[in-house]
Design a protein around this ligand. Sequence first.
Ligand code: NAG
Ligand code: NAG
Ligand code: NAG
Ligand code: NAG
Length: 476
Amino acid sequence: MVSDLCFIYLFLNFWFLDLLGTVEEILPNLPEGITVWGMNDSVPQGVTSLKEKLSTASDKPVPRSYHVASSLKAPHLYIFTSGTTGLPKAAVITQLQALKGSAGLWAFGCTANDVIYITLPLYHSSGALLGIGGCVELGATCVLKKKFSASQFWNDCRKYNVTVFQYIGELCRYLCKQPKREGEKDHRVRLAVGNGVRSDVWREFLDRFGNIKMCELYGATEGNICFMNHTGKIGSVGRTNFFYKLLFVFDLIKYDFQKDEPTRNEQGWCIHVKKGEPGLLISRVNEKNPFFGYAGSKKHTEKKLLYDVFKKGDVYFNTGDLMVQDQNNFLYFWDRIGDTFRWKGENVATTEVADIIGMLDFIQETNVYGVTVPDYEGKAGMASIILKPNKSLDLEKFYEQVLTFLPAYACPRFLRIQEKMETTGTFKLQKFQLAEEGFSPLKISDPLYFMDNLKKSYVPLTKELYNQILLGEVKL
Ligand SMILES: *[C@@H]1O[C@H](CO)[C@@H](O)[C@H](O)[C@H]1NC(C)=O
Ligand SMILES: *[C@@H]1O[C@H](CO)[C@@H](O)[C@H](O)[C@H]1NC(C)=O
Ligand SMILES: *[C@@H]1O[C@H](CO)[C@@H](O)[C@H](O)[C@H]1NC(C)=O
Ligand SMILES: CC(=O)N[C@H]1CO[C@H](CO)[C@@H](O)[C@@H]1O
């Protein structure tokens, strides 16, 4: 198995050729002992041709001595976690994690007869460990797409007889936003495995593309915790039971959005949330459930850990995700902590606001975040949107939509129209940069609007209006 996983690098080499120029620049400066391999007939000096080596390699099974891992805790590879906030960090993936990851598709009922379509980047754990590792483990067929394309997705599925695909974040939503076509249920896809699909999108997806079993999987690249949907319940990432409790010791704890840290009681301990209340998901770190941290910097590793949570000396991994557990122990994703902001003493879940705005027929893309307004506590909501091609912005309709479906505190005070949005490698929207840019029409060239409750609409945010807001003459 361990030797099989080496094939991951083979696949990755197809991608590597695109980046050869970048690697070439630093080749002379690489420390001794690092070998760069290229999957091509001709490779530049300093790079070893894997194709050439393969052509002379034996086709006999690999001797056992080569595929015995010396230690399950030894690093298997490093994976850069996406930089939604701050800089990317290299998470250490051990042999054990790679082995566990490769069992994911099997656990969801995939077999050697499945054809698995992977459009996710292979530099993340989902595509590389669960996807490629999973295919190798099963001996299943893998259809690799260099870059996800919403318009070609179903054609590819038909062409290659795809039975299973992997999704992440916004992929299903992009597919739902495609213009409707004839015969959309005409395919062999029976299962989709991934994470982060919102419940409204999940429903729409099933309605439109047929009876595909959607298996939500929750797990951070560097995390020591993982949930799987064991029920196919819409919106839920999984259900806890005795078995899970035994395997993964996790808790949901109260979070203080003002201070941006877990709430502690008078004794200094963290507090469990009640069922139905959002809480920060943390998981116990110990011998059985270790956390391997990030390469290089101890600081990054420390930041992900919480100490003395419920008693002196205990250690927990902070997932950074807020979850809600219902009365029947189903877990639902609520928001990322960095994404939730506080306004008028209330916590605004940006995913909820984005879902409501996304229902409007002229909206292509929505990104919700909080901006700082002088003399106001918390953050005022801003919705940055992209319009659908050939659709025009209806400000009154927008106003009506948010006011009807959202509590007053969650209605975005500002609206920004963008031509295109920067996303991280996993399609996550870059909020950090936008939040930094604030709401000043002097600095931002995109059209900006302001929620006007008297006019019952959004109005252009002029320089005059901006100044009135800063002076407190116009209240938010
Ligand atoms: C790959 O090999 C081909 C054929 O030998 C060559 O023309 C091409 O330049 C090579 N590509 C790179 C990126 O080195
Ligand atoms: C897909 O299945 C059909 C019918 O079973 C078969 O004729 C075709 O060759 C398959 N396509 C691929 C790419 O395997
Ligand atoms: C938008 O409108 C133009 C001109 O009316 C048309 O050529 C184009 O195909 C339209 N695009 C879409 C995506 O509907
Ligand atoms: C992995 C797993 O347990 N998947 C389950 C997801 O939900 C369906 C529908 O209830 C179950 O049949 C699967 O077993």
